[in-house]
Design a protein around this ligand. Structure first.
Ligand SMILES: Cc1cc2nc3c(=O)[nH]c(=O)nc-3n(C[C@H](O)[C@H](O)[C@H](O)COP(=O)(O)OP(=O)(O)OC[C@H]3O[C@@H](n4cnc5c(N)ncnc54)[C@H](O)[C@@H]3O)c2cc1C
Length: 366
């Protein structure tokens, strides 16, 4: 089959790769390049971890994805996944972790519940004074986000896939898909995986279903005790959800606040980090990691989440055209599952599997 995939972020690059590896004739388009800094897959790192509340689907896709990240990094001789472990800290209800335990056991994903004393002994650089419960996933780690998108796109091309750096116009009629210079694209299927841009590409179907929000991320000057050989990634569930990644050769100690920021346009939005955000990150760092007090913020990024109303992905046909597929709505947690999403989309588009109602647009009808 002839297939056009539009968008070479985590979702589109893996989809194109899987389809090409099944022998289809795939062309992948991206307006700014695979893993570009405006895209939601931009930046150096994204977490992969198993705890996912009671969502068995995400646990299965995360497990499958980790398997694929690891096996392809061996085959391609490229570092894509860096194992660090992750420490979950709950100062409030810990259902998000506890509800995952049975599902994680079924897929042999290790989670250890740690006492406060055990945590203090292992990671004395973390202040756990207000924390009630702690869980540790030794097999979690981070993915080299923008680099991985480029590697997957390169590997797709090595299989014979065609990659074109051009923008695709907003489809005015379902059957007319064209590049920015007006060249019509002939294909059996068109898969749109344009992250936060989907809202504007499909205003009628997705205008009120994809909400890109402004998110700031800060990197600190990293003393040895905050490097990845001294401590794991962490997820801190309190009044606010903070998370971060220890320092490595790829970047400094990373701190992010998961609270949704204001609505954001991925093309024109202001990517200058705010003073308010900087101060909040400093205050948080000083409380949770007291030895970071006085350390400088050495780098910062403004990225965007592209939230759906229920924060679950959208993977479905366009209701107006059977051969147009919408794959989007990463909602701040999609990167890790790129390999499994790509595999699932490839199976749906080629008719091997039906659309999964959990990700269908019809779930929003009521
Ligand atoms: C700060 C931050 C932290 C995050 N942390 C994590 C994490 O720890 N773990 C995790 O799993 N997930 C995380 N996420 C979420 C994850 O990064 C996203 O869910 C995922 O990257 C979405 O990928 P995508 O392919 O859907 O979109 P994108 O990466 O945005 O890709 C869309 C692509 O489409 C292209 N495009 C757009 N319009 C057009 C057009 N008209 N023609 C051609 N090309 C076009 C763009 O250039 C872009 O490259 C985080 C996100 C952010 C912002």
């Amino acid at each position: 089959m002839k297939i056009a995939v539009i968008g070479a972020g985590a979702f589109g690059s893996w989809t194109a790769f899987h389809l090409q590896s099944k022998g289809h004739d795939v062309t992948l388009y991206d307006r700014h390049g695979s893993g570009n800094p405006k895209s939601s897959s931009g930046g150096e790192s994204r977490m992969i971890r198993g705890i996912y509340g009671n969502n068995q689907q995400y646990i299965e896709w995360t497990t499958r994805s980790l398997e694929l990240w690891k096996s392809y990094q061996l085959e391609w001789e490229e570092e894509l996944f860096v194992k660090t472990g992750i420490l979950w800290m709950f100062s409030q209800a810990d259902d998000f972790a506890r509800n995952s335990l049975t599902f994680l056991e079924q897929v042999n994903w290790t989670v250890d519940e740690l006492t406060k004393n055990e945590t203090k002994n292992r990671f004395s650089q973390i202040n756990v004074s207000d924390i009630h419960t702690l869980f540790y996933e030794p097999d979690a780690g981070f993915l080299r986000a923008n680099h991985a998108c480029k590697v997957v796109t390169d590997q797709f091309q090595k299989l014979g896939g065609i990659y074109i750096e051009k923008s695709i116009n907003r489809p005015v009629e379902p059957s007319c898909i064209e590049t920015e210079d007006g060249t019509q694209i002939e294909a059996d299927h068109y898969i749109f995986a344009c992250g936060p841009w989907m809202k504007n590409l499909f205003p009628e179907k997705l205008g009120n279903k994809i909400n890109p929000t402004r998110q700031e991320v800060f990197f600190f000057d990293t003393p040895q005790q905050f490097q990845m050989d001294s401590m794991p990634m962490w997820a801190d569930f309190g009044d606010v959800f903070h998370y971060g990644i220890p320092g490595s050769k790829y970047h400094g100690f990373k701190i992010a606040n998961d609270t949704r920021g204001e609505s954001f346009d991925p093309e024109t939005g202001n990517r200058e980090p705010s003073e308010k955000g900087r101060k909040k990150a400093m205050d948080y760092a000083t409380y949770r990691f007291p030895e970071l007090a006085g350390r400088k913020i050495t780098d910062a990024r403004v990225c965007q989440y592209e939230d759906t109303p229920d924060e679950h992905f959208i993977i479905d046909r366009n209701p107006d055209a059977d051969n147009i597929w919408l794959v989007c709505g990463g909602s701040g947690h999609g990167f890790k599952m790129g390999p499994a999403i790509g595999e699932a989309v490839a199976q749906m588009v080629t008719g091997q599997n039906p659309i999964n109602p959990f990700f269908a647009l019809s779930r929003f009808d009521s």
